[in-house]
Design a protein around this ligand. Structure first.
Ligand SMILES: *Cc1c(COP(=O)(O)O)cnc(C)c1O
Length: 342
C-alpha cells in the first residue's frame, strides 16, 4: 500500500549523503571535547546563528531543558505561551525535574505573546512570588499554525526582557522553516535571544539531534547539565556528521515543504466539510478542522495509508517534509476526498 506519512516532520529519513557522512565521520570522545565532527557541527551552527558557542544535544526537549537550567535557578519562573511545546509537550521537565516554575500566558492567534501581558506577568520582590528569570518563545510557533515570528517582534520582546533583567530563550525547533519563509537569515531571527535551540531531526531530516546556541558561559553551563542528565555522548560524531549535511543541504529545500503545505491546504479546502484558508499556511504545518462525520474519518484515511495526526480536541495537523512530493500531496487529497464524501 502506498504510504503518505503526514503525521510529523520527525518521520523524515536521512539522505544518502547523510548516511555516507555517518559512515566516514572522524570520531573522538566528545565528553573530553575530542570529537572533531561534533566540534565542527557546534561551530558551524553557532556561526550560522551568530552566537558564541553551540552544543549538540539528543533532542529538542533536552535543548530547551538545558537552556532553562543553565539560566534559571530553582524557584524562579519562566513566562511562556500556553500553547508552547515547553509547557505542553516536554513532560513538564523544567518544572518537575528542574524546579523552575511555568508562568503561562495566552498565545495570540499569530503565535506571539502580547507584550503588555508579558510585562504584566513579570514579577519580583514579593515573598509570595517566584521571581521571573526568563521569557521563552517558539519560532515557528507550532501549535498556532507553524507561524514564523519576525525579528521586529523579537526586538520588542527582548526590550521588555532586558529592561526586567530576564533571559530570552527561543525554542526554534523549526527555526529554519521560519528563516526560509521570512527570507531572513536565522541569525537575524535570534539576534535578540540569549539561547536558541533548533532540531536537526525534523525538516532538516537528520536522524537524531538538536543544537543549543548562546554565549560561552551559558553554553558551558548547558554542557554541564547535559552531562548531569546522562546525555554526555562519546563518539557522537556519528550523529553530528548527519547534522553537518543537514545544515549544508536541507535548509533551502524547506521552501518545497512550504509550497506543498499550501497545496495541501488548497486541496483540503476544496473538499466539502473542510474550511481552511490556504493563506494562513506559512510553513510546513497545516491545521484543519475535520467535518463532522458519522464515522471515524481519520481512521478510515489512516487505514488507506494516508497518515494524519489529530490533536486533543480533534483538530488535524498535517505536516509536509522531505520525502513528501507534490504528487504525494495530490494523492493524499484524493484519498481524503473519497473517504470524506463516501
Ligand atoms: C519537536 C519540537 C520540540 C522538540 O522535540 P524533540 O522531539 O524533543 O526533538 C521542541 N519544540 C517544538 C516547538 C517542537 O515542535
Amino acid at each position: 500500500m502506498r504510504i503518505v506519512d503526514l503525521r510529523s516532520d520527525t518521520v523524515t529519513q536521512p539522505s544518502e549523503e547523510m548516511r555516507q557522512a555517518i559512515a566516514t565521520a572522524e570520531l573522538g570522545d566528545d565528553v573530553y571535547g575530542e570529537d572533531p565532527t561534533v566540534n565542527a557541527l557546534e561551530n558551524m551552527a553557532s556561526e550560522m546563528l551568530g552566537k558564541e558557542a553551540g552544543l549538540l544535544v539528543t533532542s529538542g526537549t533536552m535543548g530547551n531543558f538545558v537552556s532553562i537550567l543553565a539560566q534559571c535557578e530553582r524557584g524562579q519562573e519562566i513566562i511562556l505561551g500556553e500553547q508552547t511545546h515547553i509547557y505542553n509537550a516536554e513532560g513538564g521537565g523544567a518544572s518537575t525535574l528542574g524546579g523552575v516554575a511555568f508562568h503561562p500566558i495566552p498565545n495570540t492567534n499569530i503565535g506571539t505573546l502580547d507584550l503588555n501581558q508579558v510585562e504584566n506577568a513579570v514579577r519580583f520582590g514579593n515573598i509570595h512570588w517566584s521571581p521571573t528569570a526568563m521569557v521563552a518563545i517558539e519560532n515557528t510557533q507550532n501549535a498556532c499554525g507553524g507561524i514564523p515570528i519576525t525579528p521586529s517582534y523579537m526586538s520588542d520582546l527582548s526590550k521588555i526582557a532586558k529592561s526586567n533583567g530576564l533571559r530570552v530563550h527561543v525554542d526554534g525547533a523549526r527555526l529554519f522553516n521560519a528563516a526560509v519563509c521570512l527570507e531572513t537569515p536565522a541569525s537575524e531571527l535570534v539576534k535578540d535571544a540569549d539561547t536558541v535551540t533548533f532540531c536537526l531531526s525534523k525538516g532538516l531530516s537528520a536522524p537524531v539531534g538538536s543544537i543549543v546556541c548562546g554565549d560561552k558561559t551559558t553554553i558551558a553551563k548547558a554542557r554541564e547539565w547535559r552531562k548531569t542528565l546522562g546525555a554526555g555522548m562519546r563518539q557522537a560524531g556519528i550523529i553530528a556528521a548527519a547534522g553537518i549535511v543537514a545544515l549544508n543541504t536541507m535548509i533551502e529545500r524547506l521552501s518545497d515543504d512550504h509550497a506543498n503545505a499550501k497545496r495541501l491546504a488548497k486541496g483540503l479546502n476544496s473538499i466539502p466539510g473542510f474550511s481552511i484558508d490556504p493563506e494562513s499556511v506559512k510553513t510546513n504545518l497545516v491545521f484543519a478542522e475535520p467535518p463532522e462525520a458519522p464515522y471515524d474519518l481519520i481512521n478510515q484515511i489512516n487505514n488507506r495509508g494516508v497518515l494524519i495526526n489529530a490533536r486533543p480536541g480533534g483538530t488535524w495537523r498535517l505536516t509536509t517534509h522531505y520525502g513528501i512530493t507534490s504528487e504525494d500531496v495530490d494523492y493524499a487529497i484524493d484519498v481524503i476526498k473519497s473517504e470524506a464524501v463516501s
